[in-house]
Design a binder for this molecule. Sequence first.
Ligand SMILES: Cc1ncc(COP(=O)(O)O)c(C=O)c1O
Length: 394
Amino acid sequence: MSELTRKAGELDAADPLGGLRDRFVLDDVVYLDGNSLGALPANVPAAVDDVVRRQWGALRIRSWEESGWWTAPERIGDRIAPLVGAAAGQIVVGDSTSVNVFKALVAAVRMAGEGRDEILVDATTFPTDGYIAESAARLTGRTLRAVTPAEVPGALGERTAAVLLNHVDYRTGRLHDLPGLTAAVHEAGAYAVWDLCHSAGALPVGLDEHGVDLAVGCTYKYLNGGPGSPAYLYVRRDLQSRFDSPLPGWTSHAEPFGMRTAYEPASGAPRGRVGTPDILSMLALEAALEVWDGVSIEAVRAKSLALTDFFEECVRAFAPPGRVESVTPAAHSERGSQVALRCDDAGDVMKRLIERGVVGDFRAPDVLRFGFTPLYVGFADVERAARVLGEVLP
Ligand SMILES: Cc1ncc(COP(=O)(O)O)c(C=O)c1O
């Protein structure tokens, strides 16, 4: 037995989260793609079966009330809230992340007022945020400037209305300084909108603690909600009365069944709703969130850092020297829950890894991306992934 195999065994034996693997449907594949699509929680199939057969099939329209369908967006928002450090009543679930970026950013610009004519966007952002920000700027008559998160403090000024940032860089896994950047944005009198897609469920976010204004995120990655599961929108409580949605649909009306001609927004988190909630996906997500019962996000973070540290150690041991280069920061304070390795023929290497039962993903042009979901990835998985990587690198 190699030294690293022994170490993996010791780390797995001491892992306080090790037992959580039973809450998922897993096989002998090493699944390091939970930062794209989380694994299936074991309780979800039966829960979805109940939603389809009993709630829809038997109760039909009655389920909007009796099965709690109507209030699902806020109820599930409250279930996500502790995972991102938010008190109840500030998160609503629904729509895609892209749509919520649009709502949040336009609302932030409207809150900032007419005098502020510039939006800053993370130049390294996942593309959808950049596209939406460009359209939001055109619609609101503001200019858009793309700057890296490190450049944000120097770019802020009296003109800044809102800043749209990614908490963790989807390509490199770099964790940005949410508390520091949010404080800098506030000092300039602007509003901070954070995209939490790659941090929620992987590390503590502290939305309330750090005074974040607005935030969005998806639920199909580290929250394991399933393919296309709905996203969420956080609006800090004291801003809710000023949240002027650019998509004021009937389900965010103060009196949705009043069928009024004039729009009057609901109070609280429901103000972020738009149209009829996608109940099947939403209730699959609600069931999926049960895997978090009794799990602290701090424990998840501690294991995540141990997993990524160990992966880096194993890659150094198994990969031919100089063949791959980590583009993920070594400092814990700057690392999300993934390791990204730059490699010339990354696309072919990932195909060979997948053939050998190690699933990560490839991000153009040259990045091998490995995501570590502490709820179901163990240290033996990590050692095996790095060993197979060493074997498939030509
Ligand atoms: C940071 C970030 N924002 C947004 C998205 C996607 O948004 P949507 O849920 O609208 O597809 C992703 C998807 O991977 C992402 O990584």
